[in-house]
Design a protein around this ligand. Structure first.
Ligand SMILES: [Zn+2]
Ligand SMILES: [Zn+2]
Ligand SMILES: [Zn+2]
Length: 91
């Protein structure tokens, strides 16, 4: 089984990645694109549940870049992305 480097969950079986922000630079942090582009109940690549608001595990080829809307893996907005947890104030 493969687990996500960021949230530590097994990729298959987890509903969504919990790291919902993407750091482009020190001053530019965006919410990750939660629009789902697969047709199945679960992402064919990273296994998350197909629901609006769910975030793909980083490295999934379905994740879209929040800036250019292109495929995150192949877009050129940034050489290297940092995925960081969303601090919600819940718990
Ligand atoms: Zn994850
Ligand atoms: Zn995915
Ligand atoms: Zn981009």
């Amino acid at each position: 089984m493969t687990s996500c480097d960021d949230c530590g969950q097994e990729m298959l079986g987890s509903k969504s990645c919990t790291h919902k922000l993407l750091e482009f630079s020190e001053y530019q942090v965006r919410e990750r694109n939660t629009t789902y582009f697969d047709v199945n109940d679960h992402c064919h690549d990273c296994g998350i549940e197909n629901k609006p608001g769910n975030v793909h595990h980083f490295g999934c080829d379905m994740e879209r870049c929040p800036i250019c809307e292109g495929q995150l893996l192949s877009c050129e907005c940034r050489e290297k992305y940092e995925v960081i947890p969303l601090v919600t104030g819940e718990n």
